[in-house]
Design a protein around this ligand. Structure first.
Ligand code: NDP
Length: 321
């Protein structure tokens, strides 16, 4: 049997209970992986709470690293014992998981298993936000909310490496310091951030706002944009944004809003390889630091969710089986 987290129903963190599942077998095209570290992500809190619909009983988890235990029929390029990582598996809150081999990558030498589990989901997200969902140019100023969070720290580093000036928001002095270390030129409290951004940009506003906070920040994020600016709404940590009147985009200065998802920016093996390649290269060059802010044993998955939802975390949260 395999130790695994199972939720029988939607609810608070305590629905995440340790249980046992039947042994997994690698089917054609799949890898069976012995989990080394599990990446915890906000999406799993949305699934657990019922904001996103998933079938129950439910084992959360899309991201994890580990050693290959078995290689399914027809798989090329992987061998038993390889260290792999992915953000596109299912049910990774477990001692073992299955992944489509086309959606797993080999971890380059020099990257340990915990770091490997911390890279894919937030790293690929930061990469597509910086390069594809919007394309801020060197010298432009952008705003990144939750600058000390998992995505926030990585996005700030990727943008500043491209010559973009980054302003962030964060809630505590510790988070302000971490965001500055990641390269933020200015770190703001949430209260009054739209006015503060205008003051810092000679009244103009920023060209892009990256907003993963959602309901609590959305209105002021629009107000922080310059004429023809873009709001990239990529999450809902504070709750989903209610329906809104498109005319406000006109009144705000011909603004754009986009609501992207990582899956739409991993549309081919080439696109996946490009994004992973740039992340691994940036790590190898010392340009991208991964911060693991909290580690929990697998059986304490509920505590990991409480910490994430309670704004008590910085950087990446991982589970260790
Ligand atoms: P974070 O580590 O950034 O954690 C969320 C942070 O949001 C908190 O630490 C907190 O930082 C801030 N926050 C502000 N208000 C609240 C609130 N009411 N409740 C909880 N947190 C709040 O998480 P991730 O890096 O994993 O994810 C960030 C966002 O990105 C999430 O919304 C997630 O869903 C989204 N996401 C979207 C993807 C996509 O492709 N669309 C892919 C991956 C993630 P502070 O205390 O400083 O305010």
């Amino acid at each position: 049997m395999t130790r695994t987290i199972i939720a029988q129903t939607t609810g608070g963190p305590d629905v995440l209970q340790l249980g046992e599942a039947a042994e997994l077998v690698a089917g054609p095209g799949e890898l069976l992986v012995e989990t080394a570290a599990v990446g915890v992500n906000f999406v799993e809190t949305y699934q657990r709470s019922g904001l996103y619909t998933v079938p129950f009983p439910f084992t959360p988890g899309e991201e994890a690293s580990g050693r290959v235990l078995a290689v399914g029929e027809g798989v090329a390029g992987f061998a038993v014992g390889d260290l792999v990582t992915t953000s596109e598996a299912r049910a990774t809150y477990a001692e073992r998981f299955l992944v489509d081999a086309a959606r797993a990558v080999s971890v380059p030498a020099g990257i340990d298993a915990e770091t490997a589990a911390a890279i894919p989901l937030q790293g690929l997200t930061a990469h597509y936000l910086a390069t594809s969902a919007a394309q801020p140019q060197p010298g432009e100023t952008v705003l990144v909310h939750a600058g000390a969070g998992g995505v926030g720290l990585l996005l700030t580093q990727l943008l500043t490496a491209r010559g973009v000036r980054v302003i962030t928001t964060a809630s505590t002095p510790e988070k302000h310091a971490l965001s500055r270390e990641a390269g933020a030129a200015e770190v703001l409290p949430y209260a009054g951030f739209a006015e503060a951004v205008r003051d810092l940009t000679d009244g103009a506003g920023v060209s892009v706002v990256y907003d993963g906070v959602g309901r609590d920040t959305f209105d002021d994020s629009l107000r922080a944009l310059r004429v023809r600016g873009t709001l990239v709404l990529f999450g809902a940590a504070s709750g989903p944004v209610p329906p809104f009147d498109l005319q406000r985009l006109n009144a705000g200065g011909s603004l754009s809003v986009t609501r992207p998802s990582l899956g739409h920016f991993l549309q081919s093996s080439e696109e996946r390889a490009w994004r992973y390649g740039e992340l691994f290269a940036a790590i190898a060059a010392g340009q991208l630091q991964l911060r693991i802010g909290a580690r929990f044993p697998l059986e304490e998955a509920a505590a990991a969710h409480r910490a994430l939802e309670g704004r008590a975390t910085t950087g990446k949260v991982i589970l260790l089986p």
